[in-house]
Design a protein around this ligand. Sequence first.
Ligand code: GAL
Length: 648
Amino acid sequence: MHRPFLRHTALALLLACGLARAAERPAFGVIADIQYGDKEGSVSRDYRGSLERLDRCVDTLNGQRLAFVIQLGDLIDGYPTNRPASEADLDRALGRLSRLKAPIRHVVGNHCLNAGAHALTRKLGLERFFYTFTEPAAPGWRFVVLDGNDAGYGVISEAQLAWFGETLARAQQAGERVLCFCHFPLLKTAAEHHRMAKPEAVLALLDAHPCVAGWFAGHEHTGGYARQRHVHHLTLRGLVEAPGSTAFARFELADDRILETGFGNEPSRELFLGGAAAPRTRRLSFENGRVWPDDRSVHINAHGGGLLHHDGAYYWYGEHKIAGKAGNVAHVGVQVYRSHDLYNWTNEGVALAVSEDPASDIAKTCVLERPKVLHNAQTGKFVMWFHLELKGQGYRAARSGVAVADRPAGPFTFLRSLRPNAGVWPRNVTAEQQALTPADLDRLKGLTFSGGPNEETPKHNLLARDFAGGQMARDMTLFQDDDGKAYHIYSSEENSTLHIALLSDDYLSHAGPYVRVFENRWHEAPALCKRGGRYYLLASGCTGWAPNAARAAVAPSIWGPWTELGNPCVGVNPLNRLGPEKTFGAQSTFILPVAGRPDAAIALFDLWRPDNAIDGRYVWLPLRFTDEGFTVVWRDTWDLGVFDAPQP
Ligand code: GAL
């Protein structure tokens, strides 16, 4: 027999065994907050449409081998003063669920109670609303369903608590692993706004029983996740708040982990078992606008960020912010994180520290924004540029800072700050701009400008005003072209006009050539990418921390001519109900080409929280090229697999 044949047979056998084992793993489906109602809803809370989404969810779940499917409560929205109408909605929803091939298990939520306990007991086939079950297909696992309302809204009775304690004790003794299902989440970290009223006693029981692996809840439609000690607290996204999408999950039980495969808005994750010492949960998708925990379970602190791909790893540099309004100035510097998959990030610490020396340009409490890093192949150095405002001077200085490091995570050494292109006219300067007299100059120096869109600024020759001392530079990005040349793109001339400037070969200074683009359009937050020889720009308007409509443009050369395109954004962010007119509540910061995937790019945005800067959130969305330009369609949750699917 040929050796290769043997090898192939052995491989095929191994693969077959592996697949068989994977196929045998017990799995179940979970749907939360279907909240059906034959009534009008709102933009994001779509009661009537829940039925159609439920149909799609049932179709998908019927394609899988599942031990059971559990609905986590609020099957209907109901009518507090109309039991018959609530019952009618319940019947309709149950009718759709009856198409499920797998057995259905029910959790009762607060809205379900509108149909009355008697009808619920009968129609859901339950003797009482808290119970426990096992499944032959899932040996060693015990499932416990809790009633979060038996002593009032979100309150568990003493009797149920006693039963829960006994159930857990027995499971512990029998060596079972336990998953709990309840309509109400317990932890603020797993559900920001809506939770069980008094979760302490329940949490104490979970703490005391290492057999508990998970607490699965609904109620908070925007979902959430946290791990506390040995327990994974999952809050599933609500189907009622997934118009245009869906939200449900399949959970597969392996020996060492639970694999969550989310559909629609529901994320995917690997939840490791084995108690507090187990590895951290691994994210398998992006979740927009939520807390994004790093390897230490702390929300990523890298705002106005930029990414670098180097030696197989991604580095995410951003503004480190502290809590409160104070966080809008730099107390720490630039933070850096590292990742191999873009979903899970390791905190690598401070890449560039602000200085304790009050005389330094980057003295603590300066404004240090939008840091971007490039690797210079010629010098081998990592070069960082950022927008710098000197300590205590508000946004007057409008400077650029540059720092350099030998390694991607730093530490970076601050070199200097400057106003770009002092004594250099742009390539597209006009004779009129160059003809400023000393008297005009004196007059101009006495004027002040708002730094925002207004009628006054365009009347003045700010380019010439700043010719000698260098051009103003605020919001900025860097762009590295295929030929290794790098460009600094910054909002200049009181934010009215963008400049695109070539950097020197070592990237440490400006080479001289630059152009003025989008004159008097007040573009901020620029981000650039290139595809098929064309250059694409994503930017915002100029309204400070408040969101505005995104802007897009395309050019055959980085020097232009740049043609403005329409707003590339599509869709609505259900967390704040903001759509394209406000860029989902966010502002652009970077475009990341995905390594190894031609044509795949991610548009990165910040959802600023200027009142509590550290809590700023991130929005990462697939950027899809079209014949004319590109689109950025809202997705609550997504993974890189979207780039494999044909464009919708
Ligand atoms: C925004 C800008 C931010 C920050 C902020 C300050 O327009 O994009 O980076 O500078 O203004 O108000």
